[in-house]
Design a protein around this ligand. Structure first.
Ligand SMILES: Cc1cc2nc3c(=O)[nH]c(=O)nc-3n(C[C@H](O)[C@H](O)[C@H](O)COP(=O)(O)OP(=O)(O)OC[C@H]3O[C@@H](n4cnc5c(N)ncnc54)[C@H](O)[C@@H]3O)c2cc1C
Length: 462
């Protein structure tokens, strides 16, 4: 059969697979369930307002990804944004990643004394103890920051965003995402200079819309509002049907849809034990409420973490510091994005503008904004925002992967939800690009992307 692969999903992974296939002379068909491009990294538009559902920094250690990003948008469409974030604890902003100097100068004296004592004790214990290999996030955090600072900064935040007890969460991702306290002043100041990220002027979706346009120009059929609902494999050919009745066939299937849902729609169906482990893969959802305030408040950070129980939101984006072009021209007020983390079966998922508006008003009050004059409230919902990880689920993913490899050799799960892996855009893209390599017979393992556990969040001026 002539090469004619199918791709499920027009997010970063699906589009990157498409770009890599066309680069190699193959024209795929892309099915996207929503009416928009970009997946989690879309830009939602409401009149002249633009909403980035997650605050998407473009940073990567991969030259390949950085080159691809640059090739898709002209230089004047990229902003270079200095990273500047803080944690709001006990009514005080403390810069994040945490620096020793800020902890000493910005916290209340009680939090300094208790925190420094706990930190020194944790360091001492580290020297004298061998950590077991698999430790919980709580153990990791206490050992890294000391008990008091861990509780002040991370325990509440992780409970709020992961919706689980940190005692029951694995810590393997923490080294990638959470930077240890920095103590060296001069080195830090150099690092702070370099800690920048790139950002498309009109939000992350601008990049992915450019990618979709490039694909369309190359003859790729990118079908929107086409949700894959069934995938039949006859040993040679894939036939995918959509909820609106399209039937498309191809010699391979690249899937960035949630792995659990994919397993459920395969025909022939995998055995019950594989379906059962897949059924246990879960996601956390995200509601982002963007709020435009007529009043201008000077918040000197791109985003602020709000770990305390007094806030309902887990994080607040300050969109004007990302890009002025996310707001209408001439807007001089404040434009914030409140992020609410939840499970998809929680009542909050169904809350309407009125209900969410009331929650946001309480959070605005906690920020100390009196009479902020709300001009507009806009809501975005991301159901499959975070694949939930724990060691048992990670083992389930390996079992599913091995089963699929053996029984559906031309099926390529790609991306964050496709592989049920906590990936940023760059790793979602690389998993897709490597999968295309595999499709062409190269000896690569896309599942090895993003298995390095060192710190990944440093920005790069590229
Ligand atoms: C709050 C938050 C903040 C983030 N911040 C950053 C950041 O700062 N930097 C960064 O690089 N990354 C960040 N990310 C991660 C980034 O959004 C993801 O890594 C990236 O979007 C994953 O791309 P993907 O294509 O694998 O998945 P997705 O973006 O989820 O795309 C999958 C696509 O498949 C579609 N789909 C699903 N089911 C079907 C179906 N049955 N049929 C057809 N289509 C289907 C979906 O609609 C979607 O468009 C963040 C994510 C979140 C949630």
């Amino acid at each position: 059969m002539e090469r004619a692969p199918l791709i499920i999903g027009a997010g970063p992974a699906g589009l990157s697979a498409g770009l890599e296939l066309t680069r190699r002379g193959v024209t795929p068909t892309i099915l996207e369930s929503t009416g928009g491009i970009g997946g989690l990294a879309r830009t939602q538009v409401d009149g002249d307002w633009r909403i980035d559902p997650g605050g998407h920094r473009f940073f990567t250690r991969s030259e390949e990804v950085a080159d691809l990003w640059r090739s898709l948008l002209p230089e004047d469409q990229w902003l270079v944004v200095p990273r500047s974030s803080a944690m709001l604890v006990n009514n005080r902003y403390v810069r994040y990643p945490l620096m020793g100097r800020d902890l000493l100068l910005q916290l209340a004296i009680g939090d300094v004394v208790r925190g420094a004592g706990g930190y020194a004790w944790a360091r001492f214990r580290r020297q004298t103890r061998i950590e077991p290999r698999e430790i919980s996030f709580q153990e990791w955090g206490r050992s890294e920051f000391g008990r008091h600072w861990y509780e002040l900064f991370f325990d509440g935040y992780v409970r709020k965003t992961w919706l689980a007890d940190p005692e029951n969460i694995a810590s393997d991702w923490a080294n990638q995402r959470i930077k240890p306290i920095g103590w060296q002043l001069s080195k830090h100041e150099q690092a702070a200079d370099q800690d920048v990220f790139r950002y498309p002027r009109y939000g992350p979706g601008q990049l992915w819309e450019a990618a979709a346009k490039k694909l369309a120009n190359a003859g790729v059929d990118v079908r929107l509002n086409a949700m894959a609902a069934g995938a039949r494999y006859d040993g040679r050919t894939w036939t995918v049907t959509t909820d609106r009745g399209d039937v498309v066939s191809g010699d391979a299937l690249f899937s960035s849809m949630p792995l659990r849902v994919l397993v459920d729609m395969l025909d022939p169906a995998p055995p019950d034990y594989i379906r059962a482990v897949a059924d246990n893969l879960r996601h956390r959802s995200l509601i982002t409420v963007a709020v435009a305030l007529r009043k201008h408040y000077d918040i000197p950070y791109n985003w602020v973490y709000t770990p305390g129980p007094n806030f309902h939101a887990g994080r607040i984006q300050n969109y004007r510091r990302w890009s002025q072009d996310l707001c209408p021209k001439g807007f001089n007020g404040t434009y914030l994005g409140f992020e609410y983390f939840l499970l998809p079966d929680q009542d909050l998922w169904l809350a309407n503008e009125h209900g969410l508006g009331a929650i946001v008003e309480r959070d605005l009050h906690q920020l100390g904004f009196k009479n902020p004059q709300i001009e507009r409230v806009m809501i975005t919902r991301s159901k499959f925002a975070y694949p939930i990880h724990d060691p048992a689920r990670d083992r389930s993913v390996v079992r599913i992967r091995d089963y699929l490899r053996e029984h559906y050799p031309s099926l390529h799960p790609i991306g964050r939800n496709g592989m049920h892996h906590y990936d940023n855009q760059d790793h979602a893209m690389l998993s897709a690009i490597r999968s295309v390599g595999k499709y062409f017979g190269e000896n690569v393992d896309p599942w090895q992307v993003n298995t390095d556990l060192s710190y990944h969040e440093q920005g790069l001026r590229r």
